[in-house]
Design a binder for this molecule. Structure first.
Ligand code: ZN
Length: 208
C-alpha cells in the first residue's frame, strides 16, 4: 500500500514538507475567543493566485506550529478551506488542501465513535478526548476549482472532522462538557507560553 496520499491520490515519493510551504509566509494563528473562529466562514468564490498564496501561507504556518491541519479562520481569514498533513492509524500520510469542504453525514448504523485525544493550534497546549467517527468523507474543490473527495480513517478522519468544524465556526471545545472545556482552557493557560516559544524557535530554525 502506498504510504503517502496527496489530494486523495497515492504518490510514490513526497518531500518532508509540502512544496507549497516553500512559497508561504508565516501568519499569526488566531486563538479561542477571537470572533473569526466562532462564526461560520464564507464560501470561496474566487479561484486564483490569491487563494493559492493563502494555501501556501497556511501550509507553512501549520508546519511552524507542528500541526496536522489548519483552517483559514485560524489565520484570520473567514473563508471555508483547510490544509492538512496528517497520518492515519495505519501509518499512511495524507497531505492536501480542500476548498468549500462539506463533511458527508454518516449513517448512524455504520458509525463507530472513537474517544481519543485531540488538540487545536488555536487552543495552544491543551488536549482533550473527543468522540469522533472512525471514518470521514469530505467533498470540496482544489485551488483550481476541480472537485475533490477526501476519505480518511482513524486519526486522519478525526482531523478531517475537526477542520470541517472550524469552517462552521466550531472548535473541539464546543463538543466538550462545560467542565472539560474549563479544564482545557486551564491547560492552555498553563502551557501557552511554552507552545509559543516552540513556534518562535521553529521560525528561527527556518530562517537560519
Ligand atoms: Zn483546530
Amino acid at each position: 500500500m502506498p504510504s503517502v496520499f496527496v489530494q486523495g491520490r497515492p504518490v510514490d515519493a513526497y518531500p518532508r514538507l509540502a512544496p507549497e510551504a516553500r512559497n508561504g509566509k508565516v501568519r499569526r494563528i488566531t486563538e479561542v475567543g477571537e470572533e473569526v473562529l466562532h462564526k461560520p466562514c464564507r464560501d470561496v468564490t474566487e479561484f486564483g493566485p490569491d487563494l493559492a498564496a493563502l494555501i501556501d501561507d497556511m501550509f507553512l504556518t501549520m508546519y511552524i506550529a507542528d500541526g496536522a491541519g489548519l483552517a483559514a479562520n485560524q489565520v484570520g481569514v473567514d473563508l471555508r478551506l483547510f490544509v492538512y498533513d496528517c497520518p492515519d492509524d495505519d501509518g499512511v500520510r495524507h497531505v492536501g488542501h480542500i476548498v468549500n469542504p462539506v463533511l458527508e453525514p454518516l449513517e448512524t448504523a455504520h458509525r463507530r465513535l472513537l474517544d481519543e485525544a485531540e488538540g487545536c493550534l488555536s487552543v495552544p497546549g491543551a488536549t482533550r478526548d473527543v468522540p469522533r467517527p472512525d471514518r470521514a468523507v469530505v467533498r470540496g474543490f482544489d485551488r483550481d476549482g476541480e472537485p475533490v473527495v477526501i476519505e480518511g480513517t482513524g486519526y486522519f478522519a478525526r482531523c478531517l472532522a475537526h477542520e470541517a468544524d472550524h469552517c462552521e465556526g466550531r472548535l473541539y471545545l464546543d463538543r466538550l462538557a462545560q467542565r472539560e472545556r474549563k479544564d482545557a482552557l486551564r491547560q492552555m493557560a498553563d502551557r501557552r507560553d511554552e507552545v509559543y516559544a516552540r513556534r518562535a524557535a521553529n521560525i528561527e530554525a527556518l530562517s537560519g
